[in-house]
Every structure is written in structure tokens, then in C-alpha cells.
Design a protein around this ligand. Sequence first.
Ligand SMILES: [Zn+2]
Length: 112
Amino acid sequence: MEEDNKVICPVCEHVITDFDEEISDPCEHVMLTYVDTLNGEFVHSAKEAEDLEKEMLARYAHLEETGEDKTLDELMQTYADENEGFEVIELTTYGLACGPVSSTEYHLIKTS
Ligand SMILES: [Zn+2]
């Protein structure tokens, strides 16, 4: 199902990201999107995920206070593990800008 440079929604099979075509088009099942090169913020959040985004960011801010080392994608994974009907899909892409760069994007998908 999942191809190398694509993120496909497991619910509606919509192409969320196509790295080769430079497409980034979240469908309604994408609750939150996080890219690890942008620390501390989500690049996309669904309207219905507004509270969830706030909760995540509050949790993240609290982690920094307590000195725990967790990233937002780990919090998303934890959320998906603890809540039924959610899963995280990730895609790592490699490019050559000024030297090799890789970035990983994480999508929190609402599957039910
Ligand atoms: Zn979808």
C-alpha cells in the first residue's frame, strides 16, 4: 500500500504526500502533521483537532519543564497507542540541498 515517496491515507486512499510530485494535501482523516525539521510545532492540524493540538503542545511544553526528552512525533505515537481509532504514519525523505538532508513527516490519522 505505502510506496516509497508517498503517504497514502489508510482510510480513503487519498495521496496525502507525494514527495516526487511535491504534493502535500492532507485529507479529512489527517488530524495532525509534524515534520521533524520544524521543532515544536505542527505544520497541519485539522479543525476538529484544535483541542488535541493544544493538548499536545501543552504536554510538550510540560515535558521541556521536567527535562524529559520527547519529541512531538513521540507524543503523537503515544496518543495513537493510547487511543483507539488513531494511527501514525511516517515518511522519511532524503534530498540534496546544501549537503544531504533528510526529514521525516508524521501524520496522525483518525481511522474510525
Ligand atoms: Zn483520508
